[in-house]
Design a protein around this ligand. Structure first.
Ligand SMILES: [Zn+2]
Length: 281
């Protein structure tokens, strides 16, 4: 049996077992088509060859900072940083056939169906493969055990980094997020300073303020309201905690609690990944 047919079988079986979500007739994609797209997008034949680049996954609550650290590591290691959140936002702003449906789902803080995510992800992996990339750092995928099973079926993930942050800091950080409507720069106006108590150290995360020419153009993402942030955390806890368990059971999970702001956290993360010697690059 080929990898491809095993994958399609796995996808169908997983759908039956988990009573997978209802599909809209507007989405012109079958489960088999999605699986084919994903398996052809990942260079399976390279996945066990030494010398290919890393295939890592970032897990963590929405807003924890996965994007920041995944982007830095992707620069350091020379692999594409593939964030499903970005893929969804690109699709939304393209006003394509999925955009109005995606807008409803995102604005309610719900999870997007596996078919849509896998379709977007496959397209992006194909693009990076065409450019010669052999590894990747995924950010925002997999978000469910089913997605993790599908991914495990098509390629070997080397390491899963689970980023953590205290919840009060997390919510403040999400509500402080701002984007420059002109250049797309990401900033944060929240200044988080939580006193140390009961042995836990003080946590200080300074705001990430925009340069003067962006100041008047800051916008808040429509899904960064307190209600939606809390809904996202609820959905995350329900659906994605089991994903942590999935990788923990396979010995692939690295737990990393962010100690504070970016400079401090970045240094400690590199130590945890044994990448200290890359730090000067
Ligand atoms: Zn700007």
């Amino acid at each position: 049996m080929t990898v491809l047919s095993r994958l399609i079988l796995r996808y169908r079986t997983a759908s039956a077992v988990h009573g997978f979500c209802t599909r809209s007739s507007e989405i012109d994609l079958t489960i088999a088509e999605s699986a084919v797209a994903l398996s052809s997008a990942i260079p399976v034949e390279n996945s066990n060859v030494k010398g290919r680049n890393v295939q890592w996954v970032f897990l963590g609550c929405p807003g924890v900072g996965k994007g920041t650290y995944a982007a830095r590591l992707s620069n350091l290691l020379g692999v594409p940083h593939i964030a499903t959140g970005d893929l969804v936002r690109q699709e939304l702003s393209s006003y394509g056939p999925l955009s109005s449906q995606l807008a409803d789902i995102v604005n309610q803080g719900k999870l997007i169906s596996d078919e849509i995510i896998i379709n977007l992800l496959s397209k992006r992996l194909e693009e990076s493969q065409a450019k010669g990339a052999t590894g990747f750092i995924l950010d925002g995928f997999p978000r469910t055990v089913r997605q993790a099973e599908i991914l495990e079926g098509v390629t070997d993930i080397d390491l899963v980094i689970n980023l953590k942050l205290r919840e009060e800091a997390l919510i403040a950080k999400c509500l402080g997020r701002r984007i420059c409507s002109e250049c797309g720069g990401n900033y944060n106006v929240a200044c988080i300073d939580i006193k140390g108590e009961d042995g836990s150290p003080r946590m200080y995360m300074p705001p990430l303020l925009p340069p003067p020419n962006c100041e008047s153009k800051l916008i808040t993402r429509s899904d960064d309201t307190e209600e939606v942030v809390k809904e996202r955390l609820l959905v995350y806890n329900e659906k994605s905690r089991p994903v942590e368990e999935f990788y923990r059971a396979r010995g692939k999970l690295l737990e990393f609690t962010l100690p504070g702001g970016i400079p401090e956290s970045w240094t400690k993360l590199l130590q945890a990944l044994n990448l200290d010697n890359h730090a000067d690059k």
